[in-house]
Design a protein around this ligand. Structure first.
Ligand code: ADP
Length: 480
């Protein structure tokens, strides 16, 4: 299939209005994959206006008609997983199997929201006043600006686009500058599936002016944002002026609490697969490993050789487990976190540097660190890289206390075979996604929610659709 790698505004593939371009870099080779348009606020405004014109017809379309287009897009994705995965790996570096899995889930999201939008029910409320009827209906919010991150370029985008489009909203999407190609291919697929003119728009360009344009334009009614807590804060401050609705999926600093009654060797092996998935660049990814003191040595003894066995390299190679970091800036940040931690007494058990002999590509060795002081950035900041800091605790109360000592509240993990410990832990943890004896507390059909500084609102699941709808009370009085 031949894809077009441009902006898509008002049903046309276009260059940037200011002629700007951007080179998409393969983080495994540092070579240019594609040159794409790189626009600014003017492109955002043109796209918002196209989306606003398309909104009434799309919103009033039956859910069944919208669903048919989204389902068709989902079928196309499933039929082309290999070629789509290749593009995602080329621009963000993750192993091909992980890119394929991401596109598979993207297809699931389009299919599931296509089904779910047929069930946007209202309700009637019995009135306390005679000759009056009250009905609650749900209507799509309007034009939604969708700003997404580079770490899951297919999943992040599909989660927001599918829900918004299914709800009857029209979309102006801005992918992350490092990974626009995946979003462009997804747009090609929606066009092929028959999305009407103006319903889906894709822009690519300068983040701050585009975000500001989305906030300022009165027709852009919601911004769905996946990215850093800092940018989430900028959008919240902006929306305090404009009342633009916000859906925010921000950073995390996930605790993993390992109790000694768990099968420690099994947990340690699972910890390695999960921690280094996507080179640790996942907001739900396990970060602060808290192992009960009596289990620490066994945990370390299993983790370290398993980490050393992970092959680092270009995600296109079949046996590679850990790809590169997305860009030089992110790798530099990870390096400084580790160096600073070591300067304050942390011990590197394995890794802790760039892999030897790999001069090209933004690689960083899978790393395990102990003796991390709790005031270190390595412990309390989101690492977003292949580094596992391990600390210890004594009892369940201390573990819950330590786990909650963070502004973040996205994912948390608990490993125990004791039911009382599990219940006490999951009830006490101030996080939106808690995995008890599992590493994947998320699903297309379940809400993805961040507490505290990790987010606002929900994506995925029935709650995810709800967040693209407004509630309206229709009250009919004086009925004769
Ligand atoms: P990261 O540090 O992980 O790249 P960001 O929050 O900077 O996370 O990026 C997530 C998304 O937010 C990207 O699409 C990026 O272009 C966009 N972005 C960055 N700064 C702004 C901003 N000021 N306003 C709106 N979007 C922004």
């Amino acid at each position: 299939m031949t894809y077009i790698y441009k902006q898509y505004i008002n049903g046309e593939w276009v260059e940037a209005s200011n002629g700007g371009t951007w080179e998409v870099i393969n983080p495994a080779t540092e070579e240019v994959v594609q040159t794409v348009p790189y626009g600014t606020a003017d492109d955002a405004n043109a796209a918002i206006e196209a989306a606003a014109r398309a909104f009434p017809e799309w919103a009033n379309q039956t859910a069944y008609k919208r669903a048919a287009i989204l389902k068709k897009a989902s079928d196309i994705m499933r039929s082309r997983l290999d070629e789509l995965a290749r593009t995602t790996t080329l621009e963000c570096g993750k192993p091909l199997s992980q890119s394929r899995g991401e596109w598979f889930t993207a297809a699931d999201l389009f299919e599931w929201f296509a089904e779910e939008c047929k069930r946007v029910y209202g309700r009637t409320i019995p009135s306390r006043v005679p000759r009056k009827r009250m009905t609650v209906i749900k209507q799509p919010i309007g034009v939604v600006g969708v700003i997404t991150a580079w770490n899951f370029p297919a999943y992040n985008t599909a989660r927001a686009w599918a829900a918004a489009l299914a709800a009857g909203c029209t979309v102006v999407a801005k992918p992350a500058e490092d990974t626009p190609l995946t979003a462009m291919e997804m747009t090609n697929i929606l066009v092929e599936a028959g999305i009407p003119t103006g319903v889906m728009n894709l822009i690519n360009g300068e983040p701050a002016p585009i975000g500001q344009a989305m906030l300022d334009h009165p027709d852009c009614r919601k911004i769905s944002f996946t990215g850093s807590t800092e940018v989430g804060r900028i959008l919240m401050e902006g929306s305090a002026r404009t009342f633009t609705r916000l859906g925010l999926e921000l950073g995390g600093n996930a605790p993993v609490i390992v109790f000694p009654d768990a099968d420690i060797a099994r947990v340690a092996k699972g910890a390695v697969s999960t921690k280094y998935w996507n080179a640790g660049q996942a907001c739900t990814g396990p970060q602060r490993f808290m192992v009960q003191e009596s289990a620490l040595q066994q945990f370390i003894d299993t983790v370290v050789p398993a980490v050393e066995a992970l092959k680092v390299g270009n995600g296109l190679e079949s046996d590679v487990a850990v790809g590169p970091i997305i860009n030089e800036r992110q790798r530099g940040r990870i390096e400084s976190l580790v160096m600073e931690g070591v300067a304050h007494g942390a011990t590197v058990l394995t890794g802790g540097s760039r892999p030897a002999g790999m001069d090209k590509g933004f690689f960083y060795q899978p790393t395990v660190v102990t003796n991390v002081a709790l005031d270190q950035r390595l412990y309390h900041e989101e690492i977003f890289g292949p580094v596992m800091p391990i600390t210890t605790f004594n009892d369940v109360d201390e573990a819950i206390y330590m786990a909650n000592q963070t502004p973040y509240g996205l994912a948390a993990y608990v490993w125990t075979n004791d039911l009382n410990t599990a219940i006490k832990a999951y009830e006490g943890l101030e996080f939106g996604l808690v995995g008890v004896n599992e590493w994947y507390p998320q699903a297309t059909e379940a809400p993805f929610v961040g507490w505290k500084a990790s987010g606002l609102g929900a994506e995925a699941g029935a709650e995810g659709l709800e967040d693209y709808l407004e509630t309206k009370l229709v009250s009919i009085g004086n009925i004769r």
